[in-house]
Design a protein around this ligand. Structure first.
Ligand code: MG
Length: 217
């Protein structure tokens, strides 16, 4: 029997990182009176992920006075404040828990931003365990991040489960390699050569509904 483990990606799956990061960049630039060229640079630089090193680079490129660590901390606080989870997503996670599912987060990103987002959104309180790539220097699709997420939930990945995410290679390819069933949130182009997800949905709430209807095999 397959265990009721559901591992979720965070950005672009449980929360809308795209909207949040551009809002955070705009607020940061407004607060410091930064020129539009700086805002454009930050939007491009942080489009996929953000790290403290990006702000060291920003400071060097634009000759800024502000310490990189301060700018980074401001960005972390701003993006955490900007991610607003949809109530139905939080309700869905609570329903899964109530239905005896164990829920983990397997996310690529810096420990600072991911932890701040999980705390600010309340997702932290709804899940059993969290694995963040920035904490361990292992990124999805590496099997070890899925193993860690399961272990942080007190479970063994070899007993199976589900991975739900928006990134074809990291979430679906990685989840498949880790022996998990997968649900893909469509949106990005699907690359050649990847195994097909078990289910494809438009919204994470559809993925949660599928899991709630799932009968143990
Ligand atoms: Mg994602």
């Amino acid at each position: 029997m397959q265990q009721r483990l559901a591992l979720f990606d965070l950005d672009g799956t449980l929360v809308d990182r795209q909207a949040a990061y551009s809002e955070a960049v705009a607020s940061l630039c407004r607060a410091h009176g930064f020129a539009p060229s700086i805002e454009q640079w930050l939007l491009a630089q942080l489009a996929d992920r953000a790290n403290t090193s990006d702000f060291a680079q920003l400071r060097a490129v634009f000759n800024l006075d502000e310490p990189a660590t301060e700018l980074w901390q401001e960005y972390v606080d701003l993006i955490a404040a900007a991610v607003t989870p949809r109530p139905e997503v939080l309700e869905g996670l609570a329903k899964l828990r109530a239905a005896a599912w164990t829920i983990g987060i397997a996310t690529n990103g810096s420990a600072d931003t991911q932890r701040a987002k999980l705390a600010a959104t309340g997702i932290e309180d709804l899940v059993n365990g969290v694995a963040i790539s920035g904490d361990v220097n292992v990124r999805k699709p590496d099997r070890r991040l899925f193993e860690l997420a399961a272990a942080r939930c007190g479970l063994n990945i070899s007993d199976g489960g589900w991975m739900i995410g928006d990134n074809p290679a990291a979430d679906v390819g990685g989840g498949h390699q880790a022996g998990l069933h997968t649900i893909w949130l469509r949106g990005r182009p699907w690359p050649d050569g990847l195994p097909t997800a078990h289910h494809t949905v438009d919204d994470v709430t559809d993925a949660i509904a599928l899991l709630l209807n799932e009968n143990p095999e």
